[in-house]
Design a protein around this ligand. Sequence first.
Ligand code: 4NP
Length: 149
Amino acid sequence: MVCLGNICRSPLAEGIMRKNIEEYNLDAMVDSAGTAHFHIGQSPDPRSVESGARHNIDISGLRGRQFGVADFDNFDLIYVMDKSNYRNVLELARGEDDKAKVELLLNVSNPDQFLEVPDPYYGGEQGFENVYQMINEACAKVAKNIKNG
Ligand code: 4NP
């Protein structure tokens, strides 16, 4: 799960996906990262932590890290929150196999629509709840897809 800062959207996506992996009993692991280095080592934004907590998801222990080339080796599926993240991740791809792993997260829930999870950083609380709902819907589909092979 990849966004820009790894403090708002993608930590929430990691927490939601972790819950889905448990609930669907999947043999899978999830992690999140940001394409930027600004927030390496930092806790998620308090508004994201709150938004997760409202839905029984604790992301307070997560820490920011930057997406790197090794992630193409360590993960089969790389979901990005917006088109800017998509471009940033593709810039690091070493070839077609790497590129094929990258997809907009909301294309899972809304196929071929190329919708983005909006950056809530400069918005209010409602922005975070909105982001939670979008990510939650998409992650449930991701889990179902993995379950169904
Ligand atoms: P995120 O949100 O990409 O969802 O973690 C942002 C967090 C920080 C910044 C931008 C977006 N920033 O510019 O510091």
